[in-house]
Ligand binder design. Structure first.
Ligand SMILES: [Zn+2]
Length: 109
């Protein structure tokens, strides 16, 4: 299990305009200014993001590289783009993954 932090698009403060003061998102991940982090993307501890991150991407390293996809529940998505934990299914797009099938967690009596 990789120690990761959650970054959701728009959840953080506006990045500073100075290039010498990159925004620090979460405890350890570093996002170089001017890059977009897609919704539900996960940035590994110590990762340095130097390019745009697609939605649901799991990024680690310096510079950050994508090693997989993450579900909205916080679990890693398998190679068939399905989550074994919550059974959501995803499809690849130009901007990352989109949800195609959703399990209803809230059962209505
Ligand atoms: Zn899930």
């Amino acid at each position: 299990m990789i120690d990761v932090g959650v970054i959701q698009n728009g959840a953080g403060p506006a990045p500073p305009s100075s290039r010498k003061a990159p925004t620090l998102w979460g405890p350890t991940a570093l996002i170089v200014c001017g890059h977009t982090i897609g919704e539900y993307a996960f940035i590994g501890a110590g990762a340095v993001v130097t390019k745009d991150v697609p939605e649901h991407a799991l990024m680690v390293g310096n510079p950050a590289k994508q090693i997989g996809w993450m579900c909205i529940c916080g679990e890693k998505i398998d190679e068939h783009l399905k989550c074994k934990t919550c059974h959501h299914e995803f499809e690849k797009t130009n901007n990352g993954l989109i949800l195609t099938a959703k399990l209803h967690l809230d059962t209505e009596s």
